[in-house]
Design a protein around this ligand. Structure first.
Ligand code: SF4
Length: 508
């Protein structure tokens, strides 16, 4: 896979310094993550803006990323800080989280960001919403990250579904979209899915990657090797996070979905000084640069710009000296699965399909009824179409489908059935984020981010796949389009045979 992307210019003719830095192979790109909290002002915001001013004076950080309701909590919208950062003269990299936005809100935000000349977006699903006003907010996840990147690519290319064919968005949208991946999963199923979904995001149009926070250098190396094997040439920024000792302890207890911080490292941070933590981050930065990362996405809490400048100075010195990496920056994931055998070139043999359950039976029934080529399927299609002609027969068939599928699949009657694409497990009831194109990054040890007492939906899917399924099979699978919610509560059988469901809309 060869990925190239054009140098981005803003619609006012100015250059996008972030994409310029990313595209230049001689430049090591540095970004820093800002986390706005609740409230429209105050000391926290003053500190963020002071950081931005100092970063601008210093000149090494080319973009400041701004989180979007981080951790599932409501916070000042990134557009507010982004505008002020832009006035300071730095490029904002806006986190575009999908947990709180339906597709109309997504489009509306894209128009807003275009208007504001925020051209760098990091597309991510986002942590599940937390309890706030009168309890937990309703999670949205209307589009997943892959579908959102596809939408943006279509809008950029003028192939946007809402517009008449002879029209296009004026001015055309110009976004540089990045995506995230975690190379730090413990189980085979989670890790294989992470890589497969990453390839799908790149197929959809992602132009750069930022990794999850992690402390296992072997896994960083594995990601570089995986991308090389896949011939993916888009820039990857490694995420180096410098937590305070208390935050490190919180993360080590599983407080932040998808981040594995080993207790031994939390102890080191607890017992060491701030300088130790900064030096460790500097050593990681130097090492990750040697591994071939295009840059570093830095972050932390309780840091001011002097701390970050110290990390950058030390990292440069260590890199130029090619100093050996200290052992205190490498914390292998205990009993973690790895895609490559430790030293050899060989790809680890995958073991999907260890718990196929009732899948073979459902697959047989599906082929008999929905293959459209065998006589039984043709008969069933004629019956469904006949039922669709009258409200009473349509209601009766819908009722029958609901009774059968609720018992067999815990079906939610979305009207656009994707059971056959997910080994006859229903993502609408099985995954709290209702993801249809692969998992989120929040699972931990094979357990769901939202309900840790359950296996992640995609771990269950993996265990039911055909035994010979490869990572390339998963990565190359059709990208399912967004659901048409006008079909909700109607018969997916009728919708399938009448050409109303996703099977007539698949696109890659
Ligand atoms: S089931 Fe898996 S993909 Fe869905 S929310 Fe839970 S961890 Fe994420």
């Amino acid at each position: 896979m060869q990925i190239t992307f054009a140098m981005h210019m803003k619609d006012n003719g100015t250059k996008n310094s972030f994409s310029q830095s990313l595209l230049n192979p001689d430049t090591f790109t540095l970004t820093y993550e800002l986390v706005p909290g609740q409230g429209a002002g105050g000391k926290r915001i003053d500190r963020l803006l002071e950081f931005a001013r100092r970063a601008k004076e210093d000149g090494r950080i080319c973009a400041l990323s701004i989180t979007d309701n981080a951790g599932g909590h409501p916070a000042l919208a990134p557009v507010a800080i982004g505008s002020e950062i832009q006035q300071i003269g730095l490029e904002p990299l806006i986190h575009f989280s999908l947990k709180d936005k339906n597709r109309n809100q997504i489009e509306s935000h894209l128009f807003l960001y275009q208007r504001k000349r925020f051209h760098n977006l990091l597309i991510l699903g986002g942590d599940f919403p937390k309890a706030t006003y009168y309890g937990q907010a309703k999670p949205v996840y209307d589009l997943d990250s892959i579908q959102t990147i596809q939408l943006i690519e279509q809008m950029k290319a003028g192939r946007y579904r809402h517009l008449p064919e002879d029209n296009s968005l004026d001015p055309p949208l110009a976004f540089l979209c990045g995506c995230v991946v975690s190379p730090f999963k413990m189980t085979e199923a989670e890790q294989v899915w992470q890589y497969a979904k990453l390839v799908k995001k790149i197929r959809a149009g992602a132009a750069f990657i930022i990794t999850q926070v992690g402390y296992d250098l072997n896994r960083y190396e594995e990601l570089v090797r995986f991308l090389r094997d896949q011939q993916v040439r888009i820039p990857v920024l490694a995420n180096v996070f410098i937590p305070s000792p208390n935050v490190a302890r919180f993360i080590a207890r599983g407080g932040v979905p998808g981040i594995l911080l080993p207790p031994a490292l939390a102890d080191l941070m607890q017992n060491g000084t701030k300088e130790d933590r900064l030096l460790r981050a500097a050593a990681m930065t130097a090492r990750l640069r040697r591994l071939g990362f295009a840059g570093i996405h830095l972050g932390g809490n309780g840091l001011d710009f002097d701390d970050v400048a110290f990390v950058l100075d030390q990292a440069k010195e260590l890199y130029e000296k090619d100093a050996p990496a200290p052992t205190t920056i490498h914390f292998p994931i205990a009993q973690g699965w790895s895609l490559y055998r430790s030293k050899g070139e060989q790809h680890t043999r995958l073991r999907p399909g260890t718990r196929p359950g009732s899948r073979p039976l459902h697959h047989l029934a599906h082929r008999l009824l929905f293959s459209k080529t065998n006589p039984l399927s043709r008969l069933f299609a004629a019956f469904c179409r006949l039922c669709d002609r009258h409200a009473a027969s349509r209601r009766l068939l819908t009722f029958t489908e609901r009774q059968i599928k609720e018992i067999l699949f815990d079906c939610r009657m979305c009207g656009d059935c994707t059971l056959s694409e997910s080994t006859y497990l229903c993502p609408q009831s099985g995954c709290p984020k209702k993801l249809v194109n692969g998992p989120c990054g929040g699972s931990n040890g094979g357990r769901c981010e939202v309900f840790p007492d359950r296996r992640c939906f995609y771990v269950r899917v993996y265990q039911r796949l055909d035994q010979g399924t490869t990572l390339d099979d998963l990565a190359g699978a059709v990208i399912l389009p967004p659901k048409d919610w006008s079909l909700e509560h109607s018969s997916s059988w009728i919708n399938y045979f009448q050409g109303r469901d996703h099977t007539t809309k698949k696109e890659n």
